[in-house]
Design a protein around this ligand. Structure first.
Ligand code: C2E
Ligand code: CA
Ligand code: CA
Length: 415
């Protein structure tokens, strides 16, 4: 199997932000380290660097800053406020800035610190061991750019985009579903697709959900509109695949905020599949447990009703702190998605392999299908197949594509 053609997720030439320099905040109590790392960032990578000597100073800078940072590099071991405490305070102030951890300690501890980030709702860019090389930082920044755009071009800051702009874009129907294939691990045939929201911005090109719009819509209680739009597009696309003789199901992400705030959700989803003429068993609803979900009653009411109507339910990001085992026993989930953070480390770390292996065994005993996300190489695919994983999703198989390109892609592989 070869790498799929990348979709044109490019920023148009008119992008007014393109010439902007990246801004980084460097937090380290050691003045010498700040000098060395700061010089590397400024001289070798042309980044605007701001410095703080401990966590508290960094928080003051973050809360007083209006322009927004792209990157925060933070040492773990500091006096006054150390790295772990800083991580706890960072989430609500981050405004889209990505966190990179720096430390002199071993890999295992850095791994725990990354887990701590996830537990506090921070999506870390990565961790670097000191001494820090320009090349290592550059690689992480490249990754950040690819995650933002699917290209390595400079991109707008999330703080430059207001909620009003996002809501207007929703009214203008600028949000579209792109589809990422999922293949049977054994045969390589494409059996399903996940719908992922993209913003076709008139000036900035295609923008991904984070950090540009999903977080803002969820936090402001406005995730309903875009969800229905993506659902409708996904269900319609799936109907079209079936009309072309392709037996492929479709997955849509549902946030817990919505499940919690709208007890009529299951009815409206049924109304959409009825209208389009798609059998409920062809729609998988992927649910991630988030820290913000407080009212479990309405969430369970929606999930039970969705299962009663015959929709499939998937537990997303399994293994990342919030997605607890308890969820599996409380609700009749039909699919378990192993988070890509485990897949990314599985070749290098035996503990990640163990977690993946036992998740797959447990799912099998419960009669639940397993999907591994973020598969980026043949080696990862082979190992997952050996461990008994049912389905594979990730860049190795294919990136998310607009509906039309997706159909052509599947026809190329499945026929
Ligand atoms: P998710 O549900 O965990 O989706 C998987 C993410 O991993 C997607 O990012 C996908 O593009 C990315 N990905 C897939 N394969 C690979 C790979 O091999 N390597 C790497 N590095 N990444 C890979 P995306 O599209 O940026 O979406 C991010 C998150 O935004 C999703 O995470 C999901 O939680 C949320 N999201 C996307 N669309 C919607 C939506 O319509 N509604 C809601 N509520 N959330 C959405
Ligand atoms: Ca998902
Ligand atoms: Ca995930």
């Amino acid at each position: 199997m070869t790498q799929s053609p990348m979709s044109q997720e490019n920023v148009m030439a008119t992008n007014p932000y393109q010439q902007q320099k990246l801004r980084a905040l460097l937090v380290d109590d050691d003045a010498f380290q700040r000098k060395v790392i700061g010089r590397t960032l400024r001289d070798r990578l042309s980044i605007d660097v701001f410095e703080a000597g401990d966590g508290q100073e960094a928080l003051d800078l973050l809360s007083g800053d209006r322009s927004g940072f792209d990157l925060v590099l933070c040492d773990l071991d500091m006096p006054v406020m150390d790295g772990p405490a800083f991580i706890r305070h960072f989430a609500p102030l981050s405004a889209g800035a990505r966190l990179m951890l720096l430390s002199g300690c071993d890999d295992h501890l850095l791994g725990s610190a990354l887990a701590l980030c996830q537990a506090y709702g921070v999506n870390p860019l990565g961790a670097l061991q000191k001494p820090v090389s320009a090349e290592a930082v550059r690689q992480q920044i490249d990754q950040m750019m690819v995650e933002r755009h699917g290209t390595d071009r400079a991109s707008p800051r999330a703080t430059d985009i207001s909620l009003e702009e996002i809501m207007a874009a929703s009214r203008n129907e600028e949000f579209e579903a792109h589809f990422q294939p999922k293949a049977c691990a054994l045969t390589g045939r494409i059996v399903a697709a996940e719908a992922l929201a993209r913003w076709r911005h008139p000036l900035l090109g295609i923008l991904p959900p984070y950090p540009y719009f999903i977080g803002q819509l969820e936090q402001s209680g406005n995730i309903g509109g875009i969800t229905e739009s993506i659902l409708y597009q996904a269900v319609s696309a799936c109907r079209e695949w079936h009309d072309h003789g392709l037996d492929i199901s479709v997955s849509v992400n549902l946030s817990q905020q919505l499940l919690q705030q709208d007890v009529d959700l299951a009815d409206r989803i049924s109304e959409i599949t009825n209208r389009v003429g798609l059998h409920p068993s062809q729609l998988v609803l992927e649910i991630t447990e988030t820290a913000a979900a407080t009212e479990i009653g309405p969430i369970l009411e929606n999930l039970v009703r969705l299962r009663m109507r015959g929709f499939e339910l998937s537990i997303d990001d399994f293994g990342t702190g919030y997605s607890s085992l308890e969820q599996l026993s409380r609700v009749a989930f039909t699919e378990l998605k192993i988070d890509r953070s485990f897949v990314a480390q599985m070749l290098a770390r035996s503990d990640s392999r163990t977690i993946i292996g036992s998740s797959i065994d447990m799912a099998r005993k419960l009669g639940i299908r397993t999907v591994a996300e973020g598969v980026e190489s043949r080696e990862e695919w082979d190992l997952l197949k050996t461990l008994g994983c049912d389905e594979i999703q990730g860049h190795y198989l294919g990136r998310p594509l607009p509906a039309r390109e997706f159909l052509a892609f599947v026809e190329g592989i499945n026929r």
